[in-house]
Write a protein that binds this ligand. Structure first.
Ligand code: PMP
Length: 302
């Protein structure tokens, strides 16, 4: 596939980074993760919330002393061109990546050494199950005042990887992080929603979780379009066990129902009624079937 690297369009195997790069040695960089959905006509591809993703990348860049390749519009144009150059007519994942790409030894945040890379890959499902069994991880979420968790910093994904590995080793499908203070934070790459007595609840981003775009979109769809009550508040571990419904969400996971938490079953272990409604609506929105939400979609070919 064709990849963008520092102003050039190159084959994937030409988009390389030195073994000496700080980006590799110290995990110094940040990235985005964006989805494009094949439309019902089998030709058009709708990129979901492109602008919001590029804005979040710009916020990460600001926090981590990295330079964007241009304005929000210019960066968005590069990402759309990436899909055009790869002649994409399928469900796709786009990964913009900003790296501290200097070969100097010390871990210094030097904006001048920024590399901007963007590549894409076909992606259907990130979690290949209809409802998943999750556990609360023994690993705690990295704190925002240790490695800023509202960004997507490359190095912090070791935290996610440790939690996922532990979950898999123990026979679960995914891990739930608590904060150092014992509040529910997020999954390894997903946000958390529960339903209690008809109210949708999700913890705030101050609970050391990413500034999540799927989460924000679900809150907007639930409250503005579907009239569902929503509360943003802290969730304790044991509250997960007594939730009526629970789901994880994210660009990869989309809306993934949770069947059990630490072996405590949630509902009838399939998908609850509110989750099912949201999941169907989300699917309609990302495929361009909901007129009022088309503003969230960037057509690649249209
Ligand atoms: N948390 C983490 C740690 C993630 O990596 C992701 C995936 N980007 C999410 C949550 C979900 O965020 P979003 O909806 O913006 O993809």
């Amino acid at each position: 596939m064709v990849t963008f690297k520092d102003g050039q369009w190159v084959d994937d195997d030409k988009a390389v980074v030195s073994v000496r790069s700080r980006a590799l040695n110290y995990g110094m960089g940040c990235f985005g993760g964006i989805r494009g959905y094949l439309a019902d006509d089998g030709h058009e591809v709708f990129v979901f919330r492109l602008r919001a993703h590029v804005e979040r990348l710009a916020h990460s860049a600001k926090i981590l002393y990295l330079r964007m390749p241009g304005s929000i519009e210019e960066t968005s144009r590069i990402l759309v061109e990436l899909l055009r150059r790869n002649e994409v007519h399928q469900d796709i994942y786009v990964r913009p990546l900003l790296l501290h790409n200097s070969n100097a030894l010390a871990p210094v945040l030097d904006i001048e050494s920024t590399s901007f890379i963007a590549f894409c890959m076909p992606l259907k499902r990130y979690i290949d199950k209809d409802a998943i069994r999750v556990c609360v991880s023994s690993w705690r979420r990295v704190r925002d005042n240790a490695i800023p968790s509202r960004t997507k910093p490359t190095g912090a994904y070791l935290n996610s990887a440790l939690a996922r590995r532990e979950a898999f080793d123990n026979g679960f499908d995914e891990a739930i992080f608590l904060t150092e203070d014992g509040k529910v934070s997020e999954g390894s790459a997903e946000h958390i929603f529960i339903v209690r007595r008809g109210v949708l609840v999700s913890p705030p981003s101050t609970e050391d979780n990413l500034d999540g775009i799927t989460r924000r979109s679900i809150i907007a769809m639930a409250t503005e379009d579907l009239g569902l009550p929503f509360e943003e508040r802290s969730i304790g571990r044991s509250e997960l066990y007594v939730a009526d419904e629970m789901f994880l969400c994210g660009t990869g996971a989309q809306i993934t129902p949770v069947a059990s938490v630490d072996h405590r079953e949630i509902g009838d272990t399939t998908i609850g009624p509110i989750t099912a409604r949201l999941k169907q609506y989300f699917d309609d929105v990302v495929h361009g079937r909901v007129e009022q939400r088309k503003k969230w979609l960037t057509p690649v070919w249209g």
